[in-house]
Design a protein around this ligand. Sequence first.
Ligand code: PMT
Length: 401
Amino acid sequence: MNNEKKQLVLLGVTGSIAAYKACELVRLYQKAGLDVKVIMTKHAQKLVGAATFRALTGHAVATELFDDPGAAIHHISLAEEADVFVIAPCSANVLNKIAHGIADDLLTTTALATTAPFICAPAMNVAMLKNPLTHESLKVLDHAGVTIVGPGEGYLACGSEDSGRMSSPEEICAATLRVLARTTDLAGKRVLITTGPTREFLDPVRFISSPSSGKTGFALAREAKARGAEVVLVSGPTELQSPLGVEYVPVVSAQEMLEAARAHFDSADIAIFAAAVADYRFAEQLEEKFKKGAGLPALELTENPDILATLVARRNATNEKKPFVVGFAAETENILANAEAKLKAKGADLIIANDVSDLKIGFASEHNRVCFVTQGSREQTELMSKEQLATVILDYILKKL
Ligand code: PMT
């Protein structure tokens, strides 16, 4: 008989119609060799019976702050026991409450008390999801290091096809396994990441830029930090909240990004250039807004510095072996041939090629599929979330160090 203690998932189920899918999630966790205990909110119990989870998990289902006579402080004992804490589905109500530290029932009190890795899979009506208050709460949780899985798009309980649908139990289970498998294999390493777009202003109100959201670089920063690295994240303007525990350097233009990256490049062990830098800027930047009606402006462009190539040249000039330099190649045609040309021209150790003509991946999407291109090798990944991709990229880099 195998007496090894199983890792424990503490699963919070809230009052969303997706609560029934949490039963399937329990099964997936068990198949993965995990033990599961469930906390249900009052509203969740209107949708699925506590007896179902009791039968599935073999453990009493916790529903009340003071319902375990054996434990002096129930929420603390549950919080301490958990190897990972997952709320799936997480309703708008619970999500907004935990983002603001409100702890008025067993689930939200446990959420505030736990020090275990925390995963949240939101599920709600699209209007609730798009409400600026929910949007802010998601940013707060993300900033606090909570892993947010989804929500995805699809058929919602209110009858519409839109975003707000809970991610599939398979996706949530995979995210949980990733979090549990995290090691501190990047401890002692410094990682520099550039991300987001740059803005090259013509006048105070007009600029050249790209649709980069910064999601790729932020996911890499969070993952590297979680694996023990010291992380510097140099980011162009984005909507995203800077990750907790990461040195965050906001910049606007390519020139500013170069200066910020230069300041941290020499001390880095790994430098990842995920930013979509504008290759050109206006030769002249106007101090006042260019007035319509003054005829068509004669716009002259000039080339921006190539940040990656400039810094690699500096590394090579000093015969330094570090940092290991990773560039991305955003391509719309001849993806791999162009990526190989960039590998050579820019001198990177690795180029991560992605097809940005496909709107479901690349710029601003939640997912991506990439090809790792090094001298003499190509390795294609599956389509996956940018969080999952961050894990795969760091694993790949570590193999090459
Ligand atoms: O931010 P997201 O919405 O998540 O989108 C992710 C992404 C599509 C932006 C990302 O996956 C990506 O492809 N990033 C690189 C975008 C890009 O500008 O690629 P490029 O092929 O033009 O540049 C090649 C490499 O040189 C990149 O590493 C780039 O950061 C770097 N570069 C480019 C120009 C420049 N002046 N300086 C640079 O350092």
